[in-house]
Design a protein around this ligand. Structure first.
Ligand SMILES: *Cc1c(COP(=O)(O)O)cnc(C)c1O
Length: 408
């Protein structure tokens, strides 16, 4: 990272200037280092790199300069303006992965072992829920799903089960947009000496910085808002225990093999540069859409934490700069009416995923959460008629016009 003579005051400056231009060819933009391996001048130099005495590159599964540029920028964004216990700027280490799922796998596998238990919230990203209950369960790692918004229930669960080693929070959670109080849950977890991880995908570091509340890990599917353009799958794991990140977590990452690739990392770096201005537009559009939907006679209900009617509105406003750009809603008439609405849209795009510059609409019960049992879906609030909306940066009048004609 380049040491600036004066502190940067905003995250666009951090996103654009964390990395300098100090490459051998004086390239302005971080090059795509499309190389699997790195050469040694002498056998001795190769030996020194392996011994960690020479910090230069070895092999791209272990790290690559294009990955480093994305990693250092994301770490700078997550830590922006935060300080450690000594009052010094908070140091973080990020490791880029091939997907959000890969980043999560590294995090759970490097911090848990057979016999350990994770405590997590209900209404999680479908892939996280399945990773817990299918993959990790077979490796002997158990999961307890609680409503983490109920702090009493969190405390009871932790008291009852000493095998719980990590509390995993996703907030806002997919697709109900429930919000968990990061500060309160982390404070309880720390009384029991537990690790806390936060999936910050929906909020991005612009809207929410979980490290402020003492969590250990933050994780993103960079596929979503961080890349922002829908051009690559990716994930990133960020940790504040630098020694743990450099040693065990990095080792597990390298051995599990979920590394990124230079082209996807380049696309991610490009996306990060406009994160703040994209988010501002995503968010202002989302407020207008939520306002429109919540006042429309054909809409049964809207889940958007920006609305004072959302049960987690107060929590969201405490820990987020803005309620974000993802919401879900139900059309009166349930699944059939919802399908008709989705099919009639002319501009908004029918696709899963979220956080792309264009507006995306999907049906969680049959798509992203198909792997979650019908009984669990209902308990989590994922009804069959629920539609998920990721509001894009189009001109707001066009989004509203599209909804207007589709709701006729
Ligand atoms: C998409 C997503 C993931 C998984 O990330 P991939 O990049 O698809 O592997 C995890 N958590 C949340 C909240 C997501 O939206």
């Amino acid at each position: 990272m380049t040491d600036k003579k004066f502190p940067l005051t905003g995250i666009s400056s951090v996103a654009l200037h964390t990395m300098g231009h100090d490459n051998a060819e004086f390239a302005h933009i971080t090059p795509i280092f499309a190389t699997s391996t790195f050469t040694f001048d002498t056998a001795q130099q190769g030996m020194e790199r392996f011994a960690g005495e020479d910090k230069s590159r070895v092999y791209s599964r272990w790290g690559n300069p294009t990955f480093t540029a994305a990693e250092e920028t994301i770490a700078a964004l997550e830590g922006f303006g935060l300080t450690d216990a000594q009052g010094d700027p908070l140091k973080l280490k990020a490791i880029l992965h091939s997907s959000g799922q890969a980043a999560m796998t590294t995090m759970f596998m490097s911090t848990l072992k057979a016999g350990d238990t994770v405590l997590s919230h209900y209404s999680l990203y479908g892939g996280t829920h399945e990773l817990f209950l299918k993959v990790m369960a077979e490796a002997g790692i158990n999961t307890i799903i609680e409503d983490l918004r109920n702090l009493e229930a969190v405390e009871i669960a932790l008291k009852k089960d000493p095998s719980i080693k990590l509390v995993h929070i996703e907030t806002p959670a997919n697709p109900t947009i429930q919000c968990v109080d990061i500060a309160a849950v982390t404070a309880i977890a720390k009384q029991f000496g537990l690790l806390v991880s936060v999936d910050n995908t929906f909020a991005t570091p612009y809207l929410q910085q979980p490290f402020k509340y003492g969590v250990d890990f933050v994780f993103h599917s960079t596929t979503k808002f961080l890349n922002g353009h829908g051009t690559a799958i990716g994930g990133v794991l960020i940790g504040k225990d630098i020694e743990l990140m450099k040693n065990k977590v990095w080792k597990w990452h390298v051995l599990l093999g979920g590394n990124s690739n230079p082209f996807d990392a380049f696309l991610l770096i490009n996306g990060l540069k406009t994160l703040e201005i994209r988010m501002d537009r995503h968010c202002s559009n989302a407020v207008a859409v939520a306002d429109y939907l919540s006042n429309h006679k054909s809409i049964a209900h809207v889940n958007y934490v920006g609305l004072p009617t959302h049960p987690d509105h107060a929590t969201a406003m405490r820990q987020m700069k803005h309620p974000g750009a993802v919401m879900s809603f139900e059309v009166k008439g349930g699944l059939e009416a919802g399908k008709q609405f989705i099919d009639k849209l002319q501009m908004c795009v029918r696709a899963i995923s979220l956080g792309t510059v264009d507006t995306l609409i999907s049906h969680p019960a049959s798509m992203s959460h198909k792997g979650v049992s019908a009984e669990e879906r209902l308990k989590f609030g994922i009804t069959d008629g629920l539609i998920r909306l990721s509001v894009g940066i189009e001109n707001i009048a066009d989004i509203l016009n599209d909804f207007d004609q589709a709701l006729q």
